[in-house]
Design a protein around this ligand. Sequence first.
Ligand code: GRF
Length: 195
Amino acid sequence: MSPSTQNIAIFASGRGSNAQKIIDHFKGSALARIALIVTGNPKAGVLNIAESEGIPTLIIDKTEFATGEKTVDDLEQYQIDLIVLAGFLWKLPPVLVAAWPGKIINIHPALLPKFGGAGMYGKHVFRAVHEAGERESGITIHYVDELYDHGQIIFQSHFTILPGDDPETIALKTHELEHEHFPLIIEQLLSPSGL
Ligand code: GRF
């Protein structure tokens, strides 16, 4: 690992399939490494991934996280360059957003600005997309600000919804796109040439 290798913190609340893909992608990379996994859910599957990959973890408390300072201090100890939200369900405190300007990104399992905002996560999104009779859906990778699913869009990718597709099919198609693109977009963002 070179001294210029950048440190990524992945924030996740769930099973961590995106986290796993990102970890795998940067194994042996001189560009970046996953330095820390952060979660607010002590039962999150992503903690098992962190353990088997030997990645340090930080379990945060909701009330303390809401003030932001303690988390900023903790992340600074790991010299975090980029924060990647991969299924993280809490809104970020302003202090944290201000401490990493332009260096926090999120993945959303739909084509923002559609199907975003408070309460729009996981299966709620896939159900809403299905119920709305959409002919296509996709993924959005975007910068994070203090509002849910609101910051500037970096990348989107689409898929077609076929007549027989149910919310589960839509979820599968979405995750496939996430796993394909998220690690690559992170790599491009961190590359000297940028995106
Ligand atoms: C992904 O669908 C992501 O778009 C959303 O939460 C889900 C996380 O899935 N924000 P996983 O924990 O990475 O499997």
